[in-house]
Each structure stands twice: as structure tokens, then as C-alpha cells.
Design a protein around this ligand. Structure first.
Ligand code: MN
Length: 227
């Protein structure tokens, strides 16, 4: 399970292989393997079609790992967990390509995980209380996150973030994230056109609303708040 901590510490990366005694494999050309999709490609339809999931996971997400593994070869980054690469490369002009690809590799693991079928269909408990207190309730949170998503200019992400003890909504450009900025993202909506254009064309807000109402596993989101 890709909790925030597991991501930071390297579950699903070459370091996990290293920990069970295969360092020659961990240091090979591909230290960061793309984790399996945690559901069938058609599991999110009709909110996100199987065709979009197939392309998004199989082409877009995959190429971030391919690029990252080529870029870190022979560099100290290749010995870090994926989450550490994201945070260590952020803001370094000379490592911008590494940050972009590591950020997107990490963001999409986080993205797929929150859509695992079977969990709560609405926020509850401690998460619901925090949404009520900080964001004025679930409906306002969803409307605010949709507005945040449409306000992202070009490619990027919209996030529900735990910043200290307070829930916030924020947009980030490209492959950046609250995680990269050492905060705690709880939910991330990909608003790159590849995430929605086949299914929703230019209607980004409709896509975000459908995601928030239809496929978020709120148990996963709540678990991230406690991690
Ligand atoms: Mn994407």
C-alpha cells in the first residue's frame, strides 16, 4: 500500500529490492519500477474510461519512469527512494528534468492509489470534521477544488493538502506537488489534458466534479491524514 510514508521511504523502488539483499539489481539501469495499477483498466469507467486509463498509465506514467531512470543513472539520486529524489531535486535548475520526471512518477502513484475501488464513497470521521472546520463542508470543498483545478493554467494538479494542522486547497504546475514542498497531500487531481481530454474534451471542471463525486476512495484519503 502506497502510503505517504511508504512512498518516501522507498516501497516499490529499487531500495526495497536492496533491502532484501539484491543490491546489484537495485543499482541496475532501472532503480525505480512503475508499480502495478491497483485496479483493472475499466474499473473507473464511466468517470474515467478504460482507454484513458490505458494511455495515462501505460504511456504517460510509464515514460516518466523511463526518463527518470535514464536521467539518474550514475548519479547520487539513483541511491535514493523516489520521494527523496522528488524533494532533493526540487528548485535545483540543473536537475529540473529529474524533478519533473520524479515528481510525475510520484504524483501518479499517489493518484492511482486514491481510486482503489471499494472504500468509503464520502468523507467521514476525522476527515469530515476537518473538512467542515477548515473548508466549510464537503460541498464547498468539492466546489473549491474544482475551481482550483480550473484556475491551474496549462498542465498541473489540484490538491487537498494538510498543511500543519489545516486543510487547504492548492494548485501546482507541471510535476510539482505539496509533497515535493514537504507538506502532506491527501488527494490529488491530475488536470493535465491527457487525464481527461479523450473523455471530457475541454470540460475540465466536469471531469474534476465527476472524479470527486464518483471514484475517490475516501478511506485512502483519510488514511493519508493519519500517516
Ligand atoms: Mn497524468
Amino acid at each position: 500500500m502506497f502510503t505517504r510514508r511508504a512512498l518516501l521511504l522507498g516501497a516499490g523502488t529499487g531500495l526495497a529490492v536492496s533491502a532484501i539483499g539484491l543490491p546489484h539489481i537495485a543499482r541496475a539501469a532501472a532503480p525505480f519500477p512503475q508499480p502495478d495499477l491497483p485496479f483493472a483498466e475499466d474499473a473507473l469507467a464511466p468517470v474515467i474510461s478504460a482507454r484513458t486509463v490505458n494511455l495515462h498509465y501505460g504511456k504517460h506514467h510509464a515514460v516518466y519512469f523511463k526518463n527518470l531512470n535514464e536521467l539518474v543513472a550514475g548519479k547520487p539520486y539513483s541511491a535514493m527512494a523516489l520521494g527523496e529524489v522528488v524533494r532533493a531535486s526540487r528548485g535545483k535548475d540543473e536537475d529540473r528534468k529529474i524533478f519533473n520526471n520524479a515528481g510525475q512518477a510520484w504524483n501518479h502513484i499517489f493518484y492511482w492509489e486514491q481510486f482503489k475501488p471499494g472504500g468509503a464513497k464520502a468523507p467521514a470521521g476525522e476527515l469530515l470534521a476537518a473538512i467542515d472546520k477548515d473548508l466549510g463542508g464537503v460541498d464547498k470543498m468539492k466546489a473549491g477544488l474544482t475551481k482550483t483545478a480550473t484556475d491551474v493554467f496549462g498542465s498541473g494538479w489540484a490538491w487537498l493538502t494538510l498543511d500543519g494542522d489545516t486543510l487547504k486547497l492548492e494548485g501546482t504546475p507541471g510535476g510539482d506537488s505539496p509533497f515535493a514542498a514537504r507538506k502532506t497531500p491527501l488527494l490529488g487531481v491530475d488536470v493535465w489534458e491527457h487525464a481527461y481530454y479523450l473523455d471530457y474534451e475541454n470540460r475540465r471542471a466536469d471531469h474534476v466534479k465527476a472524479v470527486l463525486d464518483g471514484i475517490v476512495n475516501w478511506d485512502v484519503v483519510a488514511a493519508r491524514m493519519r500517516s
